[in-house]
Design a binder for this molecule. Structure first.
Ligand code: C2O
Ligand code: CU
Length: 549
C-alpha cells in the first residue's frame, strides 16, 4: 500500500487537485477492510518499564563508548550545534547514540510484531536528564523512511528541536563531519524552567503518523538538578513517591490494530485519525502490575495517534493529579476521572493502601471512540480495563503529597503567564478548520516554506485557539515553550489544567486562550505548531512560527 507520504508527493493530496484526489481516496478507503485483531487474554503479562538510555561518557564506560562520545562532540561542535560554549564528554554534558532501526517484539503471545524503534525497542528507552545539563544525542536512521526526532516539550533551539522541515533519510549526509550517512546530532540544553515528564517521537515530514505508529516514541524525564535554583523542587520531588520504575512509573497508552500474523495493521487512507482495537501500555497489551499498599507516582502519556482516553479506577476511588505537560501543578487536585488527548501528559498519585492484599484494582478507559474525528461519550457500562493493579504486599509509605505542590510554578505563572494591566501582549487567533478535504489552520495548509506567525523574543503573547467545527477534536501542540491556559470557553481553567502545558485539547466548538512568554537567546528561528492527532498533522494541520530576536 502507498504510504501517506508517497500519496502526498504524488499529488493524491494537493489543494489544486483535491476533487480528483478525494475520488481516489474515497474509493481506496472503501476497499480497505481491516479485520479485528487476534483475541488475547488480558493481564497475563507484566507491565514493562522502558530501560534508561545510558550515556556514552558515564563513569565506567568502555573505551569504545568514550571514543564515540568524543566523535559525537566533534561532529556537533563542527556543525555549530551548540548554542552555548561547547562542552565535551568530560564536562557537564551527557552523550548518547541512538540507532533507529527495525526490531521484533512479542506483543501478541506466540507471534512477533515487526516494529520500528529507538535502539530497536518499542517504546524507546527513557532519557533521564537533569535540568540545565545538556544531552547530546546522535540519532542514526537505519529505517527505510525519512525521520526527524522531536523532543516534545523540550526548550530546544530549532536546529535540534526535530521540526519536520529537517527530516533526513538513511542515506542523507548531514554534514562533512558526520561519520556515516543518516547520522544527525541534536543538542538539548534541557533548560526548561521546571522538571517535567516530556517525550521524544518521530516528526518525519508527511510520515509522522505511520512512523510513530510503528513504534518511534519514548519518554524523556527531566529531573531537578543539584543547584540552589532547584532546591525547592528537589525537596518536593523527594517527598513524592520516587524511584524510576519502582514507585515512579511511566505509562504510555497507545492503541494498535494487529493482523493475524501479529504485524501492526495500518490504513494510510484513514485521514481522520487511525484507531486500533487493542490497548497497549508501554508496548504490552493490557498488562498487570504488582503493587504494595502505598502511594505510587505515575507519569501518564497519551502516545496514541488519534485516540483520547478518560481514565477511572474500577474501585470508583479518586486519585491525585499532581502534574501536567510542563511540570508539577501549583496544587494537587483530587479527581475521579481524567481526560487525556494525544500527546498530553499528566502525573497522578494513586494510593493503594486503601485496598487489602490480594485484591485487584483496574485502570479503566470509559471514553468511547469509534472514529478519529474525536471521542463520543463516557459509557460506564462499556469501560476497557487497561492495567490490572495487583495489591501484592504491605509496605511502609514514607511519601506524602505536599499541599502547595509547586510554589515556584505558581510564581512563574503569575510573573510571566498572567495578563495584567499595562502588559504588552500580542494576540494571535488560530482557527482550526476542515477545508478542501483536509485540515487547515486559518484557512491554509501546512507549507514548509511559509511563516504563519512571528513572535518576538522576551515578549508576551496569547494565542486564541478556536475550533468552530461541529464534529472534530484537535489537540493542538505548540513547540518551544510551556504555556498556561488563561481561559477555556470563557471560564478559568480547572485545577488540573492550570499548570504548565504544551498541548491543548480543542474539542468541537471550544475556544481556549493560552499565554506564552518567549524566552532563551538560543531559541530563535522556526518552530511548528500543529494538531497532535497525527493523521491530521500529516494531512496538513500544521503551521510555522518564527521567534525573532
Ligand atoms: Cu509531539 Cu510537533 O510534536
Ligand atoms: Cu486535529
Amino acid at each position: 500500500m502507498l504510504t501517506r507520504r508517497e500519496m502526498i508527493r504524488r499529488g493524491f493530496f494537493a489543494p489544486a487537485i483535491l476533487a480528483a484526489a478525494k475520488g481516489v481516496a474515497a474509493q481506496d478507503v472503501s476497499d480497505i477492510v481491516l479485520n479485528p485483531s487476534p483475541a488475547i487474554v488480558p493481564f497475563t503479562r507484566r507491565l514493562k518499564i522502558p530501560r534508561p538510555h545510558l550515556p556514552l561518557n558515564r563513569p565506567g564506560a568502555t573505551p569504545l563508548e568514550q571514543a564515540k562520545a568524543q566523535s559525537i562532540f566533534e561532529q556537533s561542535n563542527a556543525e555549530g550545534r551548540f548554542r552555548h560554549a561547547p562542552v565535551g564528554p568530560d564536562g557537564n554534558c551527557d552523550y548518547y547514540e541512538v540507532i533507529m532501526k527495525p526490531g521484533l517484539q512479542e506483543i501478541i503471545p506466540g507471534t512477533l510484531t515487526p516494529i520500528w524503534g529507538y535502539s530497536g525497542t518499542f517504546p524507546g528507552p527513557t532519557f533521564i536528564a537533569e535540568r540545565d545539563r545538556t544531552s547530546v544525542v546522535r540519532f542514526v536512521n537505519r529505517l527505510t523512511e525519512i525521520t526527524s526526532i522531536h523532543y516534545h516539550g523540550g526548550h530546544t533551539p530549532p536546529d535540534s528541536d526535530g521540526v519536520p522541515m529537517m527530516s533526513f533519510g538513511p542515506q542523507s549526509i548531514i554534514s562533512a563531519t558526520a561519520p556515516y550517512p543518516g547520522a544527525r546530532t541534536n543538542v538539548y540544553p534541557n533548560d526548561n524552567p521546571f522538571p517535567a515528564t516530556l517525550w521524544y517521537h518521530d516528526h518525519g515530514e508527511d510520515c509522522t503518523a505511520e512512523n510513530v505508529y510503528k513504534g518511534l516514541a519514548g519518554f524523556f524525564i527531566l529531573n531537578p538538578n543539584q543547584s540552589e535554583a532547584d532546591a525547592t523542587i528537589r525537596a518536593i520531588e523527594a517527598k513524592l513517591p520516587s524511584g524510576y520504575g519502582r514507585y515512579d512509573i511511566p505509562m504510555v497508552f497507545q492503541d494498535r490494530q494487529f493482523n493475524a500474523d501479529g504485524s501492526f495493521a495500518y490504513n494510510n487512507f484513514e485521514h481522520d485519525g487511525f484507531l486500533g482495537d487493542r490497548f497497549l501500555v508501554n508496548g504490552v497489551i493490557q498488562p498487570f502490575l504488582p503493587v504494595a499498599r502505598r502511594k505510587y507516582r505515575f507519569r501518564w502519556l497519551n502516545g496514541s495517534n488519534a485516540r483520547q482516553y478518560q481514565f477511572f479506577l474500577s474501585s470508583g476511588d479518586k486519585f491525585f493529579v499532581i502534574g501536567s505537560d510542563g511540570g508539577l501543578l501549583p496544587q494537587a487536585t483530587e479527581m475521579a476521572s481524567l481526560l487525556m488527548a494525544p500527546s498530553e501528559r499528566y502525573e497522578v498519585v494513586i494510593d493503594f493502601s486503601r485496598y487489602p492484599v490480594g485484591s485487584r484494582v483496574y485502570l479503566l478507559n470509559c471514553l468511547q471512540q469509534t472514529s478519529g474525528r474525536g471521542p463520543e461519550d463516557v459509557d460506564m457500562d462499556a469501560c476497557t480495563p487497561l492495567v490490572e493493579f495487583r495489591i501484592a504486599r504491605d509496605e511502609e509509605d514514607p511519601s506524602t503529597i505536599p499541599d502547595d505542590l509547586q510554589p515556584d510554578i505558581a510564581r512563574f505563572i503569575s510573573d510571566h503567564l498572567t495578563e495584567r494591566p499595562g502588559l504588552q501582549v500580542q494576540n494571535t487567533d488560530i482557527k482550526l478548520e476542515r477545508g478542501n478535504g483536509a485540515w487547515q489552520i486559518n484557512g491554509r495548509f501546512y507549507d514548509p516554506n511559509r511563516v504563519d506567525v512571528t513572535e518576538k523574543l522576551w515578549t508576551h503573547s496569547t494565542w486564541t485557539l478556536i475550533n468552530e467545527s461541529g464534529g472534530w477534536s484537535h489537540p493542538l501542540h505548540i513547540h518551544d515553550e510551556e504555556f498556561t491556559v488563561i481561559e477555556r470557553n470563557g471560564r478559568p481553567p480547572k485545577p488540573h489544567e492550570a499548570g504548565l502545558k504544551d498541548v491543548f485539547n480543542i474539542g468541537p466548538h471550544d475556544t481556549v486562550r493560552v499565554a506564552a512568554y518567549w524566552t532563551g537567546g538560543k531559541n530563535v528561528g522556526r518552530y511548528v505548531f500543529h494538531c497532535h492527532n497525527l493523521e491530521h498533522e500529516d494531512m496538513r494541520m500544521m503551521g510555522i512560527f518564527e521567534v525573532v530576536p
